[in-house]
Design a protein around this ligand. Structure first.
Ligand SMILES: *[C@@H]1O[C@H](CO)[C@@H](O)[C@H](O)[C@H]1NC(C)=O
Ligand SMILES: *[C@@H]1O[C@H](CO)[C@@H](O)[C@H](O)[C@H]1NC(C)=O
Length: 370
């Protein structure tokens, strides 16, 4: 009798315990699903090594030789190329948003080598927000070092204003604007055999890279330019992984693009400074304007105090996991970018105007609001 009683109690107890376990499991599961859904992007970035592949490696990485005071002819020979009698004409073609300071550093740095500067400026951002024509308004700023106005070919691109009823992909808008550059190149007078630089404003080729491409013959006509990557200022060197910029000997098949064009890349060919802005408001503008604006997942990402803290620490503006393709590299990149105290081999105009460009130098991380 006692035995049968105990058995029936046990029979009643087991289902209750199960029910409890099931409820707990359900709670944990819904909490996790909630976390994953609300932080979807964070999770996908964390798991990038599983779902994403790195861009194919370059088949040929050309070593890059340079030291001050070595003749161009000798530098051409070191690369296995031959020296020319006359320099090739260089066209610097960029699509422009609002990076006036970087534009000044860029143009001052490469001025000597460039035949004509081509600048295509949109009146909207890639995300479809109308924007002032920053270059057109500030053109005089460049007059002191580019007095000949015909050396600047400036055109306005009619951007598409965001329509909430028919949203469009910012990446598509970006690629349309780059596509429009092909006609601009022709109107600016580029001819076959000239060198065309396809880079963003913040990707500044070293002057000696341009001198090499201008005075040598025999290099591959389509060439990516590898650049060290800096974040916020030259105080935060990230890595050497920038490969998107390229240089092209213009021909019938040249297309203006900012993606993989060929399998050949020239090492260490310039500086790339991402998110290198003077004011906190420019950060707020850029975070909403650029093609990855969906990374602003929370309103407080745009909080000025937070932005200032992030910039001084070398943290991530969007609280993202590092964009890496193996867990090993992802873990290596965790945490803030280590600070550098080197201001050796930076754009000359930066060192000649240290007060004006203080925020780009080591130790200058504090930004005014506007
Ligand atoms: C630079 O080159 C010139 C001649 O080519 C030479 O006279 C001079 O000593 C060199 N300077 C340095 C610092 O090597
Ligand atoms: C942009 O420029 C085009 C051509 O000048 C013009 O038609 C369009 O209205 C402009 N858009 C904005 C937002 O100003």
């Amino acid at each position: 009798m006692a035995n049968r009683n105990a058995r029936s109690i046990a029979r009643r107890r087991i289902p209750t315990r199960f029910r409890r376990i099931i409820i707990i499991c359900l709670l944990i599961f819904s909490a996790l699903s909630f976390l994953i859904v609300t932080n979807f992007q964070t999770f996908t970035y964390l798991l990038r090594p599983i779902w994403d592949k790195p861009p194919a490696p370059f088949r040929r990485v050309l070593p890059h030789f340079y030291a001050e005071n070595v003749s161009t002819a000798q530098l051409c020979r070191l690369h296995g190329w031959t020296a020319r009698d006359a320099p090739r004409r260089i066209y610097d073609a960029i699509i422009f948003s609002n990076e006036l300071d970087l534009l000044e550093l860029r143009w001052r740095e490469i001025n000597r080598h460039v035949h004509r500067f081509i600048l295509l400026e949109s009146n909207t951002t890639f995300t479809g927000i109308p924007k002032p024509l920053f270059f057109a308004r500030n053109r005089d700023r460049f007059h002191s070092f580019i007095p000949d106005r015909t050396r600047i070919h400036h055109e306005v691109y009619a951007g598409r204003v965001r329509d909430p009823a028919a949203p469009s992909d910012p990446f598509v808008q970006e690629s349309l604007q780059r596509g429009a550059m092909n006609a601009v190149l022709r109107r600016a007078g580029v001819s076959y055999g000239d060198l065309v630089l396809m880079t963003d404003t913040d990707e500044i080729p070293y002057p000696h890279t341009l001198s090499l491409l201008q005075w040598c013959d025999g290099f591959p006509p389509d060439l990516h330019l590898e650049m060290p990557h800096f974040m916020y200022s030259f105080e935060f060197p990230v890595d050497y992984k920038i490969w998107q910029p390229s240089a092209h000997v213009y021909g019938p098949h040249t297309l203006y693009r900012h993606q993989r064009q060929t399998d050949v890349i020239l090492s260490n060919a310039g500086w790339h400074c991402s998110f290198c802005f003077r004011t906190i408001n420019e950060y707020v503008f850029k975070m909403q304007a650029y093609s990855h604006a969906d990374r602003v997942r929370r309103k407080d990402f745009l909080n000025p105090d937070r932005i200032q803290r992030v910039i001084c620490n070398g943290d991530d503006l969007f609280d993202m996991w590092p964009e890496e393709y193996t867990f090993q590299n992802l873990i290596k990149k965790l945490g803030p970018i280590p600070k550098s105290t080197s201001a050796v081999h930076l754009p000359a105009a930066l060192l000649e105007n240290p007060h004006k460009f203080k925020y780009l130098l080591p130790g200058g991380c504090i930004r005014p609001l506007e």
